[in-house]
Design a protein around this ligand. Sequence first.
Ligand code: NAP
Ligand code: ZN
Length: 367
Amino acid sequence: MNIQFFMPTKVMMGKDCIAANAGELAALGKKALIVTGRASAKANGSLADVIAALSANGQEFEIYDKVMSNPTIDCVYDGANAAREAGADFIVAIGGGSPMDAAKGIALLARQDIPREELFSGNYHKDVLPMAFVPTTAGTGSEVTPYSILTNDKLQTKTSIASPLLFPKLAFLDAKYTEGLSKATAVNTAIDALSHSVEGMLSIRANKLSDCLAAESIRGIFSCMDSLKAGTLSFEEREVLLYSSMLGGVVISHTGTTAVHSMGYSLTYFRGIDHGRANGLLLGEFLKLVEKTFPEKVSEIVSLGGLPSANEFKAKLFELLGEMESFEADELEKYSDIAVNAKNVKNGIVVPTKEEILNIYKNSLMR
Ligand code: NAP
Ligand code: ZN
């Protein structure tokens, strides 16, 4: 049995876990740059909890609250300047995947002069600001991944900085921050987490341990499906989703994602569709393709949600996703041209051809 497992982030989960573990932040440095989005961290109490913990430790901070959804390369260079100007020696990121991913780029660029054309090269020296993360959506798992995914206008897609240097040192998971999420964001982010765990099980890099975590995550997300759809998530269900999302992050840290994510990036880049929703629109058709070659693997996955086939799995996701955007055939051709060259397409146990990619797009998105 071949297994490698590496997860260097210390995860602390539970209600009020920041206050309960404030001392953990003390070891990271003297002055934090708090990296967050425009509004939600102020509204959901997470920013106040972080500030209280830093203040209790006698640590200084400045706030960088300019991270937009699907953060840009400009944003991480700008944030790195802010970190340098502030004299920050560590980062606390608060928010969904966007502020967390931006924070990783900022932590890297604050310490290393990397020209833009080499940002995604993977050639970095070891010096990166230490990071603590507070996820406030239950979806990306970025708090436990070594990926920073940025909008790349040059390639008209999203591109990852991937390096073990980007693992945060600490992650605080408190589901109370997710209580004010809109129904759409709660659904879309949960589907992102589901996609990570399902794609992880369909990756050539999956192993027994990553599959075990993925299965736990998929079961957890399916257990919340009805409440997600009705918009009636209890606190306990929010905890299950946050836990399942973190597990999905651990999974993709080992397996990477597959064609679904690569294909979804075009829906986000060109049509502004939320990342998780983009994956959810495509995941069922990808499973149907894999089912032709690996029926047992797909049966194992869909049965974790109590479903008999990839077709039923797709139908269940579509129920949750609601009304569909409309697409033209020629735009799907363009997206297929882009996706076929994406690195992660080759990461799946089934590597779709360009024609199969186009068919997944068409069968998923055209009525
Ligand atoms: P997001 O872009 O971080 O946030 C979406 C929206 O939700 C924003 O308007 C945000 O507001 C709001 N929001 C966040 N937390 C909230 C809360 N607790 N209550 C109310 N509103 C809240 O969305 P996301 O889906 O979490 O992250 C998507 C990004 O993560 C994409 O860029 C994707 O590529 C990336 N991603 C990364 C990984 C990885 O491994 N690194 C994996 C999957 C996805 P504010 O802007 O005001 O905060
Ligand atoms: Zn994702």
